[in-house]
Design a protein around this ligand. Structure first.
Ligand code: NCD
Length: 304
């Protein structure tokens, strides 16, 4: 894989995806030579809350043998003095070998990449994309059910969920059947539907999970993205409508895996955690080897 930045899954080929996942499997199995990254510094710039993404990038860089620097909270940074994202990036690129950026504005990572000579990794840009989440999602899918003849249901907030948008583009690259399940008001955005159609994706939309549940290998559940709703009343109308319980999974295939990028609010009842279907904690743990693999592939040219 030869890439400068990781901004969107739209630009990743199936080959790129498989290169990262193969490397992740390799790293999980045999580790890496930590001395290669002794001088490497990764900057973590998070303008929105994060637990998993930030901590797993931090862990990944440290497990590779490097170190991380962290802007800390937005409130404690110069952003509160009115500094632009472009200036922040121009400064941080002088401190670090790569920058992981999460920002509330769609397109922020792309914009940042225009000001940086070091790789920018998009860790979520508003309701846009979250490509590294997709890589760990695909790793979880490949390890559990494989990519052949794959049928995936994606349920919840398809409108604002950036993990959904990234995953949909990547599933198209691996020729999976995609079933989108949501209330009418949270359908996939028109622009994403358009791109999927252009790419020849195999896509169906549903409002009722029961219409497809028994045909699925993977059910990917997402949180309603409350923070992105312009109106709290609109959020209340849809909150709690799509909830997975043990009962709801009665007609599922025995081998169905249930995934969720986390955090969950109430979309998956705790009773599901102990069923054979649950994979969301394993999925979160896969963030470390997958992000190690991605960093290794992006940075190796600079440290060898
Ligand atoms: C997701 C995100 O930030 O988009 N979280 C994550 O990175 N695992 C999903 C979410 O916040 O619902």
């Amino acid at each position: 894989m030869h890439r400068e930045h990781v901004l969107s899954t739209k630009e990743l080929s199936r080959d790129d995806i498989e290169t990262v996942l193969d490397r992740a499997a390799d790293i999980a199995h045999s580790g890496t030579d930590r001395s290669r990254y002794a001088d490497t510094i990764l900057a973590l710039l998070f303008f929105e809350p994060s637990t998993r993404t930030k901590m797993s990038f931090d862990t990944a860089m440290k497990r590779l043998g490097g170190t991380t620097i962290d802007m800390g909270s937005v409130e404690s940074s110069s952003v509160t003095k009115g500094e632009s994202l472009a200036d922040t990036i121009r400064v941080i690129e002088g401190y670090a070998d790569a920058i992981v950026l999460r920002h509330p504005s769609e397109g922020a990572a792309k914009m940042a990449s225009e000001f940086a000579d070091v790789p920018i990794i998009n860790a979520g840009d508003g309701a846009g994309q979250h490509p590294t989440q997709t890589l760990l999602d695909l790793h979880t899918i490949r390890e559990n059910v494989g990519f052949d003849d794959l049928s995936v249901g994606i349920m919840g907030d398809l409108k604002y969920g950036r993990t959904v948008h990234s995953l949909a583009h990547a599933l198209t690259k691996i020729d999976a059947r995609q079933h989108f399940i949501s209330p009418e008001s949270l359908r996939l955005p028109r622009s994403v539907r358009f791109d999927l159609h252009e790419d020849g994706a195999n896509v169906r939309e549903h409002t009722d999970l029961d219409d497809v549940l028994s045909t699925l290998d993977v059910l990917y559940v997402t949180r309603i993205q409350r923070e992105r709703f312009p109106d709290e009343n609109e959020y209340r109308e849809v909150a709690g409508q799509y909830r997975i319980t043990e009962d709801a999974l009665e007609d599922a295939n025995d081998d169905l895996i249930v995934m969720h990028p986390l955090p969950r609010v109430d979309e998956i009842a705790p009773g599901v955690d102990t069923t054979t279907h649950a994979r969301y904690f394993e999925q979160a743990h896969n963030g470390v080897p997958v992000r190690m693999a991605l960093l290794d592939l992006l940075l190796q040219g600079e440290t060898q």
